[in-house]
Ligand binder design. Structure first.
Ligand SMILES: *[C@@H]1O[C@H](CO)[C@@H](O)[C@H](O)[C@H]1NC(C)=O
Length: 251
């Protein structure tokens, strides 16, 4: 899987007091790193009152820094007290420890899409055909859906949605191809995703779908039955006619 160079992961601990009266005091812990080996991991602890950051601990700086009168006074006090020693253990104890767990639980989690290809008719009764290729219930979000016609990528007549969140951590996407069918061609939808060793490729089968085939089968049986009955009736009628002729008493 491709990981962005500037991957940032945040962990936040929020302690809030007095929210009912409209005040908010928060301690926000952020772990920021851009490499999976965590060599540049940085812990930023911010102490914020009503959106004003009073004090910050940045593990690369190594001590508390105050930003307001109150913040400066307390940063001085914490830098001399047990707070600083405890804070300094958090880069390893909190950031690096959790990051390893989160990598395996979130970043390395892959779920394969299920791909469905269906047809629809475009409005206005044109000679065009529309195919829709959908990929459902996959993770992570990034995915690539391509249309192929006789082995070549098709780009015109293609409309795709964004990756859409299901709301349960999984995603789905739809892509539509509008084209003029040619006989003997092979059209397929190809889906590439981090969960797949090789792309999923679904070929369009231009023969009629199951439901249409059964309707035609029912219609055809009705026709055959009707013909058989008509033929039987005709034979019966003919025999009756000829019987009538031969059975007429001669004397
Ligand atoms: C933390 O401190 C380092 C060194 O001064 C600085 O490069 C970095 O931008 C700081 N990080 C944040 C989020 O303030």
């Amino acid at each position: 899987m491709h990981l962005s160079k500037n991957l940032y992961i945040f962990f936040a601990v929020v302690l809030s007091i007095d929210i009912t009266d409209g005040y908010d005091y928060e301690m926000i812990s952020r772990c920021i790193f851009s490499s999976k080996d965590l060599h540049d991991a940085e812990l930023i602890d911010s102490y914020v009152f009503n959106k004003v950051e009073l004090i910050r601990f940045n593990s690369s700086v190594g001590h508390y820094v105050g930003y307001t009168d109150l913040g400066i006074k307390n940063a001085d006090r914490w830098n001399k007290g047990p707070e600083l020693a405890r804070e300094k253990t958090q880069l390893d104890g909190y950031c690096k420890h959790n990051a390893a767990n989160d990598y395996s639980a979130i970043l390395e989690k892959h779920v394969q899409p299920s791909v469905i290809l269906r047809s629809g008719s475009p409005p206005g009764g044109t000679h065009h055909a529309i195919l829709t290729c959908s990929a459902y219930d996959y993770y992570p979000k990034q995915i690539k859906v391509t249309w192929m016609r006789d082995g070549h990528e098709v780009t015109s007549g293609v409309i795709s949605t964004e990756e859409q969140a299901n709301g349960d951590w999984y995603y789905h996407i739809h892509s539509q191809l509008e084209y003029t069918p040619r006989s003997g061609e092979k059209i397929s939808c190809m889906v590439e995703h981090a969960s797949l060793d090789k792309p999923i490729e679904k070929y369009w089968d231009p023969s009629l779908p199951e439901s249409e085939r059964s309707k035609i089968a029912i219609g055809a049986s009705g026709l055959v039955l009707g013909l058989v009955l008509a033929l039987a009736g005709l034979i019966y009628y003919q025999r009756k006619k000829s019987n009538g002729r031969t059975l007429v008493p001669s004397g």
